[in-house]
Design a protein around this ligand. Structure first.
Ligand code: GCW
Length: 733
């Protein structure tokens, strides 16, 4: 990204160029390119020099001159990004011109010449844009047009992507717009800079030095988000600290909002329901109390003085010990509507989370969100959107889609994915999340007949004023490479791409990301796309195959913990979920069990309810199955389970072999980083496999078949292991 040392070198080099001539310039260039290893900071906005001479020559010819219509000033972020990106990739500074025959013409529809605009597809969406190659005068020009400056910026980022991935510019005809309105990152960042479930260092928000000190990283964060269409950020943890709403912090929030605004990004805050008591010194936070309502109104008015385009609130209430309206005998709609009323005059919204569960779940925690929210369908104010996790438990490597999708036709629902890898290997496992996201977004709820996919539900407005949206819990921290694992960056990237349009394929997104981040070398890209696509299933296999879930270590959630049988609450144990016994394993959520299947539309219910039709991948989520049950493969359940655990480890070994063959094809620093991480992943995958197989064997009483490597240690060894260094906890602070 903006690398000042590199920029300085470039400037010096340009001066030298005149003095020393071409030979010296090339020499210095080579030096500059070799002396900086890639530490991952630039993310997918690497803008590496294009070394293919033919491609570079074509691009140079097209981009020699750029006409920014309307003559935006020097602070225009789209213009700066384009100039900077082209200069890095093509190693020259394009000439900015107002001439009618520049190879690239960029601007808003209003600023572009009418003769050009009439040949473009109409842009109706505020964030939409077109990129079109057309003959203007006597030359082929590429035109980037947006309805707004943000649209132009998105178009510029797309053109840069085309250059980074070395696409032809000769016949472009792209018309893009986002399918969802609010595409938001949720930071679970605490005010003391720890990050709940963060595996990439500390929080990037330096509250101590804000607002006086603006880190370059804030701008680079905004650039990265804008490049994939993310247009909102919730700065603080949903386990919120009420101090966030005090003027001391609001002035800092304003400073960040000011940095993000030019990139089309709005700031939102998580708020604690009891803030009127904690900050406002009131005696109650009852949502129907008039003083409380007035307090929220005043507070919201105050926030908008600092941040005039403030996005709104995200709220976790009556969940995992967080305060909420139920303490006053009120429901979620009462709580959400109170805040909505305060935000409405400013066009702010409330994202009210449906991740709720009682400390004493009657028979099945998976049912609770539906039971609490479904009756409230249609009771929420216009500017409330209910934010629902992708599955009914908690961001497991695989969960069936949440039954609330499709169950609240009168209420806008927003998706919550977890980009940070709390349950999928932290920042040591290569787990490309696009296939997980796509599986959920593409799931058919049958809510309004066949084809009512989850994505469709998110995109459909139940009423004209409804807001649509999607959220991803961020995996970003102060680690130099932002996300801990170089490949974890792909999950931030994929989230943005799918938030924009869920129809894009996981393979295409992976390919773009690999090319932009590492290299266009096909012998690298193709095998690594395959490895990325496979990586999710690898982890499902060595952690939670066949529908198992929530069997990780307690509290930190690190490593296997299928034996966990004591916790503050029963549904924080593992035995609550796998229910292994001498007869079999799995949670009976069918009509003979907790009846969670009845929360789905009849077609889905039938599919999951019957053992014979339930897909293997969700089998133990919905059924308690006997160890000797004959699976579709012909194997018994026990052997099938063992097979999956071993397959998971073997596939990580294959990944390791493929990656080891990539030395020399990618930057050496990145190569070594990933190599070391895969070695850690393999160690952890083996631990997961051995611990789980040995533990479940105590119930099945059946052998690990001959031919499989036997675990290196007895079960007690795995049970006794302690991981004092596991990162990622600490909420509310
Ligand atoms: O998955 C659980 C996490 C908690 C988190 C909670 C939530 C922010 O273990 O750390 O709290 O989900 O989503 O609210």
């Amino acid at each position: 990204m903006v690398d000042t040392s590199n920029q300085q070198i470039r400037i010096i080099m340009q001066k030298q160029f005149r003095v020393l001539g071409l030979m010296a310039f090339i020499g210095l260039l080579l030096l500059a390119n070799c002396s900086f290893a890639d530490d991952g900071y630039k993310l997918w906005l690497n803008y590496s020099k294009i070394t293919d001479r033919t491609v570079a020559a074509q691009y140079s010819q097209q981009l020699k001159q750029i006409n920014f219509a309307g003559n935006p000033g020097n602070n225009n972020v789209a213009k700066n990004e384009l100039m900077h990106g082209v200069a890095d990739m093509l190693q020259f500074a394009p000439q900015i011109t107002t001439s009618g025959d520049a190879g690239l013409l960029v601007g808003t529809v209003k600023a572009l010449p009418a003769g050009v605009v009439k040949n473009l597809q109409a842009i109706t969406n505020d964030e939409g844009y077109v990129i079109k190659t057309m003959n203007i005068g006597n030359r082929k020009q590429v035109v980037i047009a947006g309805k707004t400056q943000t649209g132009v910026l998105y178009g510029v980022f797309n053109l840069l992507k085309l250059l980074q991935t070395q696409q032809q510019l000769g016949a472009l005809n792209i018309a893009e717009y986002p399918r969802l309105e609010r595409r938001v990152l949720n930071h679970w960042d605490n005010l003391n800079r720890t990050v709940e479930r963060g595996y990439a260092g500390a929080s990037i928000w330096n509250w101590h030095k804000l607002p006086g000190y603006i880190e370059q990283q804030y701008t680079d964060y905004a650039r990265a988000n804008a490049s994939i269409g993310i247009n909102g950020t919730v700065l603080n943890n949903v386990n919120a600290n009420a101090l966030m709403l005090t003027p001391e912090y609001l002035v800092k929030v304003k400073a960040l909002a000011d940095v993000f605004r030019p990139y089309g990004i709005r700031v939102y805050l998580s708020v604690k329901f009891s803030s009127p008591i904690e900050v406002g010194k009131l005696k109650t936070a009852d949502p129907l109390n008039s003083e409380v309502r007035q307090w929220w109104k005043d507070k919201v008015d105050e926030i908008y003085k600092y941040v005039p385009d403030f996005g709104g609130f995200l709220v976790k209430a009556n969940s995992e010990g967080q305060p909420g309206p139920q303490a006053y005998g009120r429901n979620h709609a009462d709580g959400a509507n109170m805040m909505a009323e305060a935000l409405a005059p400013h066009n702010g919204i409330v994202m009210w989370r449906a991740f709720v569960y009682d400390s004493n779940p009657l028979n099945d925690r998976a049912k609770q969100a539906y039971d609490e929210f479904k009756p409230l369908d249609g009771k929420f104010a216009d500017n409330v959107i209910v934010q629902v996790k992708n599955g009914a438990i908690d961001f497991q490597p695989r969960e069936p889609f949440h039954p609330l999708f499709g169950a609240m036709p009168k209420t806008p629902l927003m998706m919550e994915f977890q980009i940070t890898q709390e349950y999928t290997g932290f920042a040591t496992h290569l787990f490309y999340e696009a296939p997980l996201f796509k599986e959920v977004l593409g799931a058919d709820t049958y809510a309004a007949g066949k084809g009512t996919t989850v994505a469709k539900i998110l995109e459909t407005k139940p009423h004209p004023k409804a807001v649509t949206g999607i959220a991803g819990v961020a995996n970003i921290g102060t680690d130099r490479n932002w996300c801990g694992h170089p490949f974890a960056q792909s999950n931030w990237y994929a989230f943005g791409r799918l938030a924009w349009n869920a129809n894009q394929s996981s393979a295409q997104i992976a390919e773009d990301w690999l090319r932009m981040t590492f290299t266009n070398n096909k012998s690298f890209v193709q095998p690594m796309v395959q490895q990325m696509l496979q990586s999710r299933e690898n982890t499902v296999n060595y952690m939670t195959p066949l529908g198992l879930h929530h069997i990780m270590g307690i509290n930190t959630h690190f490593g296997p913990g299928p034996w966990v049988n004591k916790a503050e609450r029963p549904d924080w144990t593992a035995v609550y979920y796998h229910k292994a016994d001498s007869l079999g394993i799995g949670f009976d959520r069918s009509s003979t069990g907790s009846k969670a299947t009845s929360q789905y539309a009849p077609q889905v219910q039938q599919l999951f309810d019957k053992l014979e039709t339930c897909p293997d991948s969700n089998l133990l989520w919905f059924h308690h199955v006997s160890w000797n049950y004959k699976m579709r493969s012909g194997k018994t359940l026990w052997f099938e389970l063992v097979h999956h655990y071993y397959e998971g480890v073997d596939s990580v070994r294959r990944l390791q072999t493929v990656w080891n063959g990539m030395q020399g094809k990618v930057d050496q620093e990145q190569f070594i980083a990933v190599k070391q991480l895969i070695a850690l992943q393999l160690e952890e995958a083996i631990r997961w496999r051995d611990a789980c197989v040995l533990y479940f064997q105590t119930f099945s009483k059946q052998p690990i078949p001959a031919g499989y490597e036997q675990p290196a240690h007895p079960l007690s060894y795995y049970r006794d292991q302690q991981f004092h260094f596991a990162p990622g906890i600490g909420g509310n602070i």
